[in-house]
Design a protein around this ligand. Structure first.
Ligand code: FAD
Length: 433
């Protein structure tokens, strides 16, 4: 598509950050046609990370994490249909049907339908929770005030964040994780073990290698039954065992689905197998121009960047997307951050002190840093962000040596001081504080 006229219409499906960023991107980049954002939620588009952090703990109000204030949509002439589901897409007629029976014709359609929490068969009922929306968080928060014992299935990021908030509110928390070490697949075993210890210090028990297989409801709570024959009583249960991409609309419309990732397949510009339909955010399985394969990323930052990028591509700019995935998680007073995409053959190198719970795990491939995961070491992340974008050669010894300044790996450009003298661009290395 080589751009759109002012009489055209772009329909954005979804009430998340990707959809809102696409709307903003269209206006910022000068599109003056019609933009309609359709969301099946009752709230204006909002950011989901605070749902298991500041909103659950009561630190934030909803207005604190809306992507844009209410008046912004009218100012930017973005029509917002809340509580409305897109129930079908007709790619031939270029029309979507809405849950209220209305229809919208589009010149470009953006599917930003996100993912939903994976449900576990047999784990349902009033005391069983998942967190994906403001409503979910409000329900869990109201229960935590009376809860004596919260059990959590899955020690992923959401499970661990909720555990930290509940523990801070004086609730006993037990987390069941089938894997031998939690978070190891995403961040490595050192991270996983360190997080288990941090949680233990706050009274949260993470039972690694334990699987809850069924549950029974009693008059005053739940009984959880584990694979090794134990029965544990709790009064509320959070199921945090992953997510499922919302691809149903795309499947019914005949769009190609990437079987490897489960997402809607797109090219490097975000275009699906129908050139008028784009997919962005968590639901999109997007061809990565450097990796040469499609990846599906469930991170806030990527979803937001996809939004701005797809706006450019709808307007005919043909911009591939290769931004490194970036993720953060806050637990107690610790900050985990991860950046980049490590291949399966990457060598991992630790910088800092695992014992002191202040370290980074670098991924090194063919002498290049391709990813990093940091615990309370933001500067390692910043250094990596710079490295990912430029040619460089690094060794495991350099990365592990805290006396070695990572900035020295950057291509050295001569810099001039005001008095004309050159400086090296190297400054003292980061130390944990
Ligand atoms: C509790 C929680 C904590 C998180 N914490 C972090 C974090 O710390 N750091 C981080 O990087 N990421 C975090 N994430 C992930 C991050 O929030 C997601 O990557 C991001 O929300 C993806 O945005 P999206 O717009 O693609 O999808 P979503 O935010 O999932 O939005 C999809 C929207 O589409 C709507 N929708 C679906 N189908 C239809 C339809 N047919 N019609 C109309 N509307 C429809 C949905 O209701 C929803 O409004 C967290 C996620 C959750 C749930």
């Amino acid at each position: 598509m080589s751009g759109l006229s002012s009489s055209s219409c772009v329909v954005l499906v979804g009430g998340g950050v990707a959809s809102a960023a696409a709307g903003a991107g269209l206006r910022v980049q000068g599109y003056d046609g019609r933009v309609v954002l359709v969301s099946d939620e009752l709230h204006l588009p909002y950011e989901r990370p605070p749902l298991s952090k500041e909103y659950l703990s009561g630190k934030f109000d909803v207005a604190d994490f809306q992507t844009h204030p209410e008046g912004w949509y009218a100012e930017n002439e973005i029509e917002v249909l809340l509580g409305t589901r897109v129930s079908s897409v007709d790619p031939v007629a270029r029309r979507v049907t809405l849950s209220d029976g209305a229809a919208l014709e589009y010149d470009a359609l953006v599917l930003a339908t996100g993912v939903r929490a994976r449900a576990l068969p047999g784990f349902t009922g009033d005391r069983v929770h998942s967190i994906r929306s403001i409503t979910d968080t409000e329900r869990l928060a109201s229960r935590l005030t009376q809860s004596q014992h919260l059990a959590i299935l899955g020690a992923g990021f959401i499970g661990c964040e909720v555990a930290a908030i509940a523990a801070a509110q004086g609730v006993r928390v037990t987390v069941f994780e089938p894997a031998p070490v939690p978070l190891a697949r995403a961040l490595g075993a050192d991270f996983g073990r360190t997080m288990v210890d941090i949680h233990a210090d706050h009274g949260v028990e993470i039972r690694s290698g334990h699987q809850v297989t069924s549950m029974t409801e009693t008059d005053d709570g739940l009984l959880l039954h584990t694979a090794d024959g134990e029965t544990i009583a709790c009064d509320e249960l959070l199921v945090g065992v992953g997510s499922i991409p919302n691809t149903e609309l795309a499947v019914a419309a005949g769009l190609r689905i990437d079987e490897a990732t489960g997402g809607i397949a797109t090219d490097e510009f975000g275009r699906t197998s129908d050139p008028r339909i784009y997919a962005i955010g968590d639901v999109a399985s997007r061809l990565h121009p450097i990796l040469g394969r499609a990846i599906r990323v469930e991170h806030h930052d990527t979803a937001q960047r996809h939004g701005a990028n797809v706006a450019a591509n709808i307007l005919g700019h043909e911009e591939p997307f290769s931004d490194a995935p970036y993720f953060w998680s806050d637990q107690y007073d610790h900050s985990l951050k991860a950046l980049g995409h490590a291949g399966p053959d990457a060598t991992t190198v630790i910088r800092g002190s695992v014992e002191d719970r202040c370290f980074s795990v670098f991924s090194l491939e063919d002498g290049r840093v391709t990813a990093v995961a940091t615990l309370d070491r933001p500067r390692d992340l910043m250094a990596t962000r710079k490295l990912l974008g430029v040619p460089h050669q690094a060794t495991a010894e350099q990365l592990a040596d805290e006396g070695f300044d990572l900035k020295a790996l950057l291509p050295q450009r001569p810099r001039t001081r005001p008095n004309g003298a050159r400086q090296s661009g190297v400054c003292p290395s980061e130390a944990c504080s």
